[in-house]
Design a protein around this ligand. Structure first.
Ligand code: SF4
Length: 217
């Protein structure tokens, strides 16, 4: 029997209010606002990325540009879900919700430890609201918030136990789908990514999310 996908006590109104509060947040002076939020997906799957790029604040959705195209291609290949279905079924969070700006030498600035700690309040609240069964960590910065990361190859392709503020979930780490990274396009990264995506596809939270959204149609 499939397990229930949604915390029966979860209030969509509370989640919408939460997303509005994140969007209005101005706590970090160096960050480029507005913060980027996704849809109020209540199906027990929480995806935690790193931080938005420069396009996402304008387009107002996480993973809206090139890395997103790759991420949604991965998920479509493994789950058969369209981008729209992923956005409806997976709650998108991030280590930091605002674009950090560019480094003088090029590339996006890595958020400071203070900014990461400041933004953590939103994630803490999301664990309370969503009680996720499956957590997808996308990219090294996100994985580092929960696990010691030596080499990515030691973690990608595995399902890890995650305990956060007393809440337990399964965690499947994924590499960052950035075009600048070759990790997921060369071995052993390619095979490990495939193994990780198969684990996502086989997780009961995925079937439950699919069933729940289809029942709503
Ligand atoms: S990074 Fe997070 S805490 Fe900082 S301003 Fe953006 S939403 Fe607020």
């Amino acid at each position: 029997m499939p397990a229930p996908s949604v915390d029966p006590n979860l209030s969509i109104a509370a989640l919408r209010a939460h997303l509005a509060a994140v969007q209005a947040c101005e706590r970090c002076p160096r960050m480029h606002r507005p913060a980027v939020v996704g849809r109020p997906a209540t199906h027990g799957i929480l995806l935690i990325g790193q931080a938005p790029g420069d396009k996402e604040p304008t387009l107002q959705r996480p993973f809206a540009w090139t890395a997103g195209k790759t991420l949604f291609k991965w998920l479509h290949g493994a789950l058969g879900w369209t981008e729209d279905e992923v956005r409806d079924r997976v709650y998108f969070a991030a280590v930091c919700r605002c674009f950090p700006g560019k480094r003088p030498t090029g590339g996006d600035r890595v958020p400071s430890p203070e900014e990461i700690a400041t933004c953590r309040r939103w994630l803490d609240r999301e664990f309370v609201l969503l009680r996720p069964r499956l957590v997808l960590l996308v990219g090294k910065l996100a994985i580092q918030q929960f696990y010691e990361v030596g080499a990515l190859k030691d973690l990608i392709g595995r399902t890890l136990p995650l305990e956060y503020h007393g809440h337990r979930a399964d965690c499947i780490p994924l590499p960052h789908p950035s075009g600048a990274s070759t990790w997921h396009r060369t071995e052993p990264g390619k095979a490990l990514l495939e193994a990780a995506l198969q684990r996502v596809a086989a997780h009961p939270a995925v079937a439950a999310a699919e069933q729940a959204t289809k029942l709503r149609l």
